[in-house]
Design a protein around this ligand. Structure first.
Ligand code: DGL
Length: 259
């Protein structure tokens, strides 16, 4: 089956990267909406329009499922897309439940985009888990720009992370949940700054479990070079320069995978 992974930019590659490791029989499409990234600073209406345009394109590509590998797009548009299309559509969910199941008595720091931390979807999730007093939501929008520029561990990134983390006493926290797929590129830099006991959790495994279940796929050991077609906002990526850029991201994700 051909499966599409969609994101505002290159964050969703972290979900595709994980999928390529565990789905040996599938082919992949990756759609980064590079014309409109970042989504997190836009209005909900704008994001809904971007996602709508991406789905219009992706549903012409003979795909059996679409993974919305973007927490922001999931928060704004996944429900509307499910009403419109009948193929399996899998969204992202910040791994708050995983964190609370592992460490029930400690707080969870959720880092996400501006839209996601304001959105109803995340408050519904926190309510469902009855976790209001255990979750701290924090927008770290600038990381999206750093990631798009392939700036992962510069002193500007470190300073930004230090400033954002400074108001919190991490003694009371067990973990940081990455509520934006662009944030996976910063795991080592976060680890360097945060106290040693803080775990870094992302929602990729949860999303892929859902994909496997809904699209009826077989998990195994992924192929070394699976077939992936890359698109930027609907345009096929063919230039060797851009393909090398994407390859760099995948290499970075290899380094981040076991953190
Ligand atoms: N990668 C995205 C997410 O998971 C969106 C980042 C952005 O475009 O602001 O939320």
């Amino acid at each position: 089956m051909k499966i599409a992974f969609f994101d505002s930019g290159i964050g969703g590659l972290s979900v595709l990267h994980h999928a390529m490791k565990i789905l040996p029989d599938e082919k992949f499409i990756f759609f980064a909406d590079e014309d409109n990234v970042p989504y997190g600073t836009k209005t909900r209406e704008q994001v809904l329009n971007y996602v709508d345009a991406a789905f219009k394109f992706l549903t012409t590509q003979n795909v059996g499922a679409i993974v919305v590998a973007c927490n922001t797009a999931t928060s704004v548009a996944v429900r509307a897309m499910r009403e419109k299309y009948s193929l399996p559509i899998i969204g992202m969910e910040p791994a708050i439940k995983v964190a609370l199941d592992l460490y029930p008595h400690k707080k969870v720091f959720v880092a996400a985009t501006e839209i996601t931390v304001r959105g109803e979807k995340i408050y519904n999730l926190i309510d469902r888990l009855d976790a209001k007093n255990f979750v701290e939501l924090h927008a770290m929008q600038k990381l999206v720009d750093f990631a798009e520029r392939q700036e992962f561990n510069s002193s500007a990134v470190e300073n930004y992370l230090r400033e954002e983390f400074a108001p919190y006493d991490f003694k009371n926290f067990s973990s940081i949940v990455l509520g934006c797929t662009h944030f996976n590129y910063f795991k080592d830099t976060m680890k360097k700054i945060l106290p040693a006991h803080i775990k870094i959790l992302d929602g990729n495994a949860g999303t892929l479990n859902q994909l496997v279940r809904l699209a009826n796929l077989k998990i195994g050991k992924g192929k070394k070079n699976p077939s992936v077609e890359y698109f930027y906002s609907g345009r096929r990526v063919t230039s060797s320069e851009e393909l090398a850029r994407l390859e760099n991201y995948l290499q970075r994700l290899d380094e981040m995978f076991f953190i």
